[in-house]
Design a protein around this ligand. Structure first.
Ligand SMILES: Cc1cc2nc3c(=O)[nH]c(=O)nc-3n(C[C@H](O)[C@H](O)[C@H](O)COP(=O)(O)O)c2cc1C
Length: 385
């Protein structure tokens, strides 16, 4: 599909629903249980307004940031996501190329469906913004060799996801006949076959790519067997041991409060991602924007605090950064775009978010993301008393 048809995240979502089989769209779009936390994430952004200033700033606002010594052209990173290879043949390597071409970072999920070596090699020579996200259902015996492989392949930052000691209850996936390990039950297979037949473009692209993969198999194979019902439990001792072993920043993803932010810092984390996994894990967990101020206060600028879950527009990026986030990550927005138009779709999505961010800052009268603070926000009437 023509990537220029992506004009917003909402439009990318609408187009994605028509591009891939329904069960795959549901896997991306869905969340846990009643999807309350997923709804809360977006509602929390809507509840915050702006306090614009007029006739103040001139020229293009500054969007660039520096994160772990790397200059990024915008404060939006691509979150680690499993099974990206099923959405479009461009897969995880295509996402990494899109991020590099827009001078940002894509974090490779341990269950993306492509090995860290293959994705690193696909970027060829030159600058390689490589971050690796770890799951290790098998504990230390599994994570030690995995992080050594990621280091040898040139990954700079290790992101450890701590909110998946078990897999969330994704009811859409159950309805579609997927088991916890994302295998399809026989009844689901029949329905899936019908859905695939209804998306011949996707089926043809994926079929061709499966043949090409056979001729040129990924030597590292997928890194971790899918995180099945057992999940990937980690302890703070594991994080401390990883921080000792990994020669670079270890970023802890999935923190939702000051106490856990403190545990992460004590374990040697070099960064924190305030995340509820896009509402896909514990339904009823708080919206990330609501807990961000507590985490930022606890961390007190000692390490960067990033945020994800519910970021859909440039204005959301501005709100999170005004509340102290160093940058944000997006998950579903780029997955929709990948499903629509592969690498070009992800590039287009990043361009749309960049334009959105530029427009929001210009209308706000703010000269750059580095100027953002709470004074730019309207967070509601002051408490009485
Ligand atoms: C389809 C899908 C797969 C995901 N897989 C992973 C994963 O493998 N590892 C991980 O840490 N987070 C995973 N996440 C969570 C994302 O990294 C991120 O936290 C979340 O998508 C942010 O919310 P958003 O989708 O509202 O932007 C996944 C999210 C989606 C939508």
């Amino acid at each position: 599909m023509d990537p220029s048809r992506i004009t917003s995240v909402a439009e990318a979502r609408r187009l994605a629903a028509r591009a891939v089989p329904r069960a795959l769209f549901d896997y991306v779009d869905g969340a846990a249980d009643d999807e309350l936390t997923r709804a809360r994430n977006e509602a929390a952004f809507r509840a915050v307004g702006f306090r614009p200033r007029m006739a103040a700033a001139a020229g293009e606002p500054r969007l660039g940031i520096e994160l772990f010594g790397r200059a990024l052209s915008l404060p939006v990173l691509l979150a680690p996501c499993g099974l990206v290879t099923a959405l479009h043949p461009d897969g995880a390597a295509g996402v990494a190329r899109a991020a590099r071409s827009r001078r940002t970072v894509a974090v490779l999920s341990a269950v993306a469906g492509a090995s860290p070596e293959r994705v690193a090699a696909s970027l060829g020579g030159g600058d390689r913004p490589l971050w690796y996200q770890l799951y290790a259902p098998g504990g230390r015996a599994e994570w030690e060799p995995l992080i050594d492989r990621a280091a040898a392949a040139g990954y700079e930052v290790l992101m450890v996801t701590v909110d998946t000691p078990a897999l969330g209850n994704r009811e859409r996936d159950r309805r579609n006949g997927f088991t916890g390990s994302m295998r399809v039950r026989p009844r689901g297979a029949v329905r899936l076959a019908g859905q695939v037949a209804a998306r011949p473009g996707w089926a043809l692209r994926m079929g061709r790519s499966a043949l090409a993969d056979r001729r040129n198999p990924d030597p590292g194979g997928p890194t971790v067997g899918l995180v099945a019902a057992g999940g990937s439990p980690f302890t703070w001792d594991d994080i401390a041991a990883m921080a000792d072993r990994w020669d670079g920043p270890v970023v802890v993803k999935g923190v939702l409060g000051a106490a856990d932010a403190r545990c992460a810092l004590d374990a040697g984390a070099g960064g924190i991602v305030v995340s509820n996994h896009g509402g896909r894990q514990l339904d009823g967990a708080p919206a990330t924007l609501d807990v961000l101020p507590d985490v930022v206060a606890e961390v007190a600028r000692s390490v960067p605090v990033l945020l994800d879950s519910g970021v859909r527009r440039g204005s959301d990026v501005v709100k999170a950064m005004a509340m102290g986030a160093a940058a944000v990550l997006v998950g579903r927005p780029y997955l929709y775009a990948l499903a629509v138009a592969g690498t070009a779709g992800v590039e287009r999505l990043l361009d749309v978010l960049r334009a959105d961010l530029t427009r929001t800052l210009t209308l706000l009268g703010c000269p750059g993301v580095d100027d953002l603070d709470l004074d730019w926000l309207d967070t509601g009437p002051p408490a009485a008393g």
